[in-house]
Ligand binder design. Structure first.
Ligand SMILES: [Zn+2]
Length: 456
């Protein structure tokens, strides 16, 4: 064996005290407890928990710096124990809606990435359904569209007619179609009302994008999914009602799943809004008194997986006079593991198990990359993270994304990411990034994915 990593190893059916993971050729060759096989190197992490590296199902690596932004974003990823990112298609300056842009992004991963990356594709009004097959052939793991126009070129609104066309084309593939789920007309009207009334703070932001706008867009999308048979997936539901709606439509026979982002489990508009302002501006917004219902949604198995929705916006983009001019989205790759683990532990869950499941196993299966990613199991890539338990105050200045701000600044976490391994290589030692840009690989969709593995 090249390497044996020792610690409390979190495998799909439990935690192996005094466990070990043996690695050969960058893959997991054996897993066990007690006496480990001999190896060229032994890395004994003592009491640390050894989990699968996270598969962060929602990141925006390129929104600010374009494709070269992959370098900073993926440094932050491996420092956060995220060994695979699933990056959104809203690249700056143009979205990933055609094969040549997929080729360019795959080349950018080979040039810049510190972590492995899977990719979403999209469709625009210009390309319609024309490029879906070529993008699938190229290995995209999912598609995403938006019912709200964030940007006319990079992040356009897709209306219901094209949405239905896309679903009909995708139905037989079982490849998920994700949705940014907010209703255009409701949000535009409410923003205009807020501006006219001179309201421009974080509360006005949340009021201008009410739960009704989210549920309306979600419901319409789910209805089209039910009718078409496509796998439909709102990429961020902010309340229990959204998850119950998705679960209800799934109960009617739709291939419907919903995703949760970790900041909705941690932040509360009424409690944190004054303190954080635009630092917690995300779309759909963080609401008040939603957290209990979101945990109930996890308990009731209504949440497919949890992601960071990491956005690579510098703080200048946030510190505007009006909230409506501030960029939406927050950095989150380095706080995903610690925040989810800490919050799950506080709720009385087996936090190690829940983290392995919601941050790694489920997203890997969802995106059809569980041949290689998502679990500590023989044959998978040796993507591991060591979590040291204790009390750790998060300092935004210490982050590795080149942004150095965080809505989690000053929060106390019960774990820290003490090490990350990517395909058997130590890439983060708790202090430094140890691999070079271009060490990361493109991860194409390879397995049948969520519905096939759930139901067959
Ligand atoms: Zn997002």
């Amino acid at each position: 064996m090249e390497l044996v990593v020792k610690g409390r190893v979190v495998v799909p059916d439990g935690t192996l005290e005094n466990g070990w993971v043996a690695i050969s050729g960058g893959r997991i060759a054996a897993v066990g407890t007690g006496k480990a096989p001999s190896a060229a190197r032994i890395d004994d992490r003592g009491n640390a928990l050894i989990l699968p590296g996270a598969v962060d199902g929602q990141t925006h690596a390129t929104s600010y710096k374009g494709l070269p932004g992959i370098a900073d974003t993926t440094r932050s990823a491996i420092a956060g124990g995220v060994t695979t990112l699933v990056d959104m298609p809203y690249d700056n300056p143009e979205p990933l809606d055609r094969p040549e842009r997929l080729d360019a992004k795959v080349a950018a991963i080979a040039a810049h990435s510190h972590a492995d990356m899977a990719l979403y594709g999209t469709a625009t009004r210009e390309t319609g359904t024309a490029n879906l097959a070529a993008l699938i052939e190229g290995g995209v793991v999912a598609f995403k569209i938006s019912s709200f126009e964030s940007n006319p070129v990079r992040f356009p609104r897709i209306a219901e007619d094209l949405t239905l066309d896309l679903m009909e084309s995708l139905a037989s593939t079982r490849i998920p179609l994700g949705l940014h789920n907010e209703d255009q007309e409701i949000v535009m009207a409410r923003i205009a009302q807020a501006k006219a009334a001179g309201r421009n703070g974080i509360v006005a932001h949340a009021q201008a994008r009410p739960e009704a706008a989210e549920l309306a867009a979600t419901g319409q999308f789910l209805a089209l999914g039910l009718a078409s048979g496509a796998h439909v997936h709102p990429v961020h539901l902010t309340t229990e009602a959204g998850f119950r709606l998705t679960g209800a439509v799934a109960g009617l026979g739709a291939a419907a799943t919903g995703e949760l982002c970790v900041h909705y489990l941690w932040l509360d508009a009424a409690r944190d809004g004054d303190r954080l302002g635009a630092r917690m501006k995300v779309n759909p917004p963080i609401r008040s008194a939603a957290i209990d219902g979101l945990w109930q949604s996890i308990t009731d198995d209504l949440v497919a997986f949890v992601s960071s929705d990491h956005s690579s916006w510098p703080i200048d983009n946030k510190l505007t006079d009006s909230i409506f001019d501030a960029g939406a989205g927050v950095p989150g790759l380095e706080t995903l593991f610690p925040a989810f683990f800490t919050a799950a532990e506080a709720r009385g869950f087996d936090a190690a198990r829940l983290s392995a499941e919601y941050l790694a196993e489920r997203p890997a299966r969802f995106f059809g990359i569980d041949d290689r990613k998502g679990a500590i199991a023989v044959g998978r890539d040796a993507d591991l993270v060591a979590l040291e338990q204790g009390s750790f105050v998060w300092d935004e200045a210490a982050s590795h994304d080149g942004l150095n701000w965080s809505p989690f600044h000053g929060e106390t976490f019960t774990v820290r990411v003490a090490a990350s391994w990517l395909r058997g290589q130590l890439v983060w030692d708790g202090k430094d990034i140890l691999n070079s840009p271009g060490s990361g690989q493109f991860v194409p969709r390879a397995t049948a994915g969520w519905y096939a593995t759930e139901k067959d």
